[in-house]
Write a protein that binds this ligand. Structure first.
Ligand code: DGL
Length: 270
């Protein structure tokens, strides 16, 4: 029997990671959990983010997953060491693959990072990059309004452009040649961000980076039957389905809401 790959995020944004994994691994069964009841994680305190992340991971572990992918950058930034106490299966976060790709691509060793307040406050990307290349100069800035812009579907609007212009002007005199999109939602703003930051800066999409990284753990050609998809959310499945239609290639046909019971998300089908 196939064991699925489990993916969790604070909400709908992690579908960028899901998309990329689905594209690279068409035969794998995937199970996605979006904590839509408690999104956004970006402005929350580290302890809250850790608690929520543990509950999300426990839910996926009930489904006998073989790998846990932490799609949420904010969860990845704070909860990783705590998650690895839960299980022996590989746990993959977006931080390490994103940092690695950025270091490989940066010829000037001058890298910018954008993310939620929590991710930037944690310094997780900075410390990962410095582990890989201590000579790198890194500048990081939080762009909290990018998440609601994407949730509203305004990623290619004038509003998005103006806000991007405001946030990214921080990098004007930094001469970076690589910018890490350190948040699940930012790949959906890629066009606007690229337009504002200029074509001399390479964007690193953590969603893409993590799928390449998974190749080390998953045998791509092991199965011949197309993989199944299951989506679970903690609230507002209708809103999730509407947003998902804009992000996913296919309509999420298996979508269920689960509820939190004494700190455990409960799915009646398990
Ligand atoms: N998923 C979050 C991240 O990648 C963005 C949305 C949120 O703040 O929860 O950091």
């Amino acid at each position: 029997m196939k064991q699925p790959i489990g993916i969790f995020d604070s909400g709908v944004g992690g579908l960028t990671v899901y998309n990329s994994i689905r594209k690279h691994f068409p035969y794998e069964d995937l199970i996605y959990f979006g904590d839509t009841a408690r999104v956004p994680y970006g402005p929350k305190s580290p302890n809250t983010i850790i608690d929520y992340s543990l509950q999300n991971a426990r839910f996926l572990l009930q489904h006998n997953i073989k790998i846990l992918v932490v799609a949420c950058n904010t969860s990845s930034a704070y909860a990783l060491p705590h998650l690895s106490n839960l299980s022996d299966i590989p746990i993959i976060s977006v931080i390490d693959p994103g940092a690695r790709q950025a270091v490989t691509l940066s010829q000037k060793s001058r890298i910018g990072v954008i993310g939620t307040e929590g991710t930037i406050r944690s310094g997780a990307y900075t410390s990962e990059i410095l582990k890989l290349n201590p000579q790198t100069q890194i500048w990081a800035v939080a762009c909290p309004l990018f998440v609601p812009i994407v949730e509203e579907g305004w990623q290619d609007s004038q509003v998005a452009y103006d806000i991007a212009n405001h946030y990214l002007s921080f990098f004007n005199d930094k001469e970076i040649d690589v910018l890490i999109l350190g948040c699940t939602h930012y790949p959906l703003l890629k066009n606007t961000i690229q337009q504002v930051i200029g074509s001399s800066v390479t964007l690193v999409d953590s969603a893409e980076a993590i799928a390449n990284y998974l190749c080390d753990y998953v045998d791509r050609d092991r199965y011949e039957v197309p993989g199944k998809d299951r989506f679970f959310v903690s609230d507002n499945e209708d809103k999730f389905a509407r947003l998902a239609e804009r992000i996913l290639v296919n309509h999420p046909s298996y979508l269920k809401r689960v509820r939190l019971y004494e700190s455990w998300f409960v799915d009646s089908t398990v």
